[in-house]
Design a protein around this ligand. Sequence first.
Ligand code: URA
Length: 222
Amino acid sequence: MVAELLRQNPTLDDLRQVAAHCKACDLWKTGTQTVFGEGVATAKVMFVGEQPGDREDLAGRPFVGPAGLLLDRALAQAGIERSEVYVTNVVKHFKWVRDERGKRRIHKKPRASEINACRPWLDAEIALVKPEVLVCLGATAAQSLLGRDFSVSRQRGELAQSELAPHVIATVHPSSLLRMPDEKNRHAEMERFIEDLKKVGRLLKRSARTQDARTDIQKLAS
Ligand code: URA
C-alpha cells in the first residue's frame, strides 16, 4: 500500500489520509485513530517516539500529552523551535490495557510485529521530510531504527551509524523523566535531556552552514 503510494509522489497529507485507514496490524481495532506524524515537510529535524499515548490517541496528534509538553519545554530550553521539527512515532496506534480498576488505559509496549507492520509509514515520512537530524526518543525507537543491540543508556547523545539521515542520534524518552519519583534525579535527568537536545541544535547549525557554503559555491560556479 505505501510502496504504491510513494510512486505517486505523495505529500505528507496524502500519506496521513491513507494511513488513517491502515489495518496492517490489529492495533487499529483498539486505538481510537491513527496518529500520524506532525510538522512541516521542510523540517530539518525529526523526533521519533514509540507510539501515541492516551491523550494523543484521543486528539489524533503526536506528543500533545504530558510527554509532549515536557519535550516542548526541553526544546525551548535547547533553543529549538517546535515549529522547526517533525514529530512522529514508530507505531501509529495507541496500544493499551485497562488498569485493575477498569478506569484508566495503560500504555502497553508494542510487539516487534506491530513495529514492523507500521515501519513503511515511518520510512515514507523520512523519505518525504528528509531530515538533517533524526532523533530517536527512547529504546523502542532507537532499537527499531538502529538495531536491537543499541543501548540508549550507554549510547545516548552519540552520533549513530545510520543511513536514515545525515545525523542520527538517540536520547531518552521524555515519559521516562515523568516517571522518575525523585525530584532531584528528575531535575538532573531533565538537564541531561536538554544537553542532548542542545547537541541536536548544534548539528542543525552545522548543517545549515554546510548548506550555505554549497549555495555560495553553486553561485560562484554559475
Ligand atoms: N509518547 C510517544 O512515544 N509518542 C507520543 O506521541 C506520545 C507519547
